[in-house]
Design a protein around this ligand. Sequence first.
Ligand SMILES: Cc1cc2nc3c(=O)[nH]c(=O)nc-3n(C[C@H](O)[C@H](O)[C@H](O)COP(=O)(O)OP(=O)(O)OC[C@H]3O[C@@H](n4cnc5c(N)ncnc54)[C@H](O)[C@@H]3O)c2cc1C
Ligand code: FES
Length: 238
Amino acid sequence: MVMHAPGLAPILSPGQFVNVAVPGDPSHITRIPLSFAGTDPKAQTIEIVYAVVGEGTARLSRMGEGDASTVLGPCGKGWRLDDVSGPALLVAGGVGAPPVLAAARGLLARGIPFDVVLGAQTAGKLWGVGLAKSLGAGRVVVTTDDGTAGIKGFTTVAVEQMQGERDYADVLTCGPQPMMAGVARLALADGSSCQVSMERMMTCGFGACNTCNVAMAAGGYKACCTDGPVFDAREVAW
Ligand SMILES: Cc1cc2nc3c(=O)[nH]c(=O)nc-3n(C[C@H](O)[C@H](O)[C@H](O)COP(=O)(O)OP(=O)(O)OC[C@H]3O[C@@H](n4cnc5c(N)ncnc54)[C@H](O)[C@@H]3O)c2cc1C
Ligand code: FES
């Protein structure tokens, strides 16, 4: 979905998210947190890519051209691209692809080389392969759980293979938590820095409700919505 969001599009950083109100059912008062895949500051638009998983995203999918709502943002802290020296390996699972490809745009702008792994349950759920190539990825490797496209298996299979062929200074990843835990383990064992974009249920999206806690390795919790969603993998209690 492309949203016209004057004022917001130019100030969003890769890895931040927006909190979208979906009109249609007044009993649903919470917004839907969504990453963005890209922005067009000139046209003042934001591109989001989402999976329909429940009532809110189903209503979102019924919105059409000309429908209006409100969107809150920029939310959270995004990728720390200034800390990335490259070569970088970007690893996305499922709907983790939008923020990972937003990071790719940022690396492209900084002239930092990167490869991409895109994983999905099945070929029909893959998104972003063409976009990753058009953003200048050195290699784009696809994995599917059922083998309908690319390597059969999880993204970690591809990550291990690619680590054997190139030294990655940095790994950036977003996807299901078990996948990110596996990618983080491989990245840190290989001596790479590793940034992870965590997903949590969110209610407010701005640090007021304690819904979105992420357990920290050092003890205690941080708020995914304001301290994250991007964390250093070493910070997180996996
Ligand atoms: C920072 C952030 C960025 C996100 N970016 C994207 C994106 O780019 N594209 C995309 O498709 N989705 C993204 N999500 C997930 C998206 O927000 C949820 O899928 C959505 O809120 C579900 O709302 P719903 O009303 O349709 O489903 P619900 O009826 O609320 O839930 C349906 C199912 O999804 C699970 N679920 C709901 N919200 C979340 C969540 N936040 N994390 C994990 N599971 C959840 C529920 O447990 C339930 O099983 C993001 C979430 C966060 C926190
Ligand atoms: S969603 Fe309310 S504190 Fe994070």
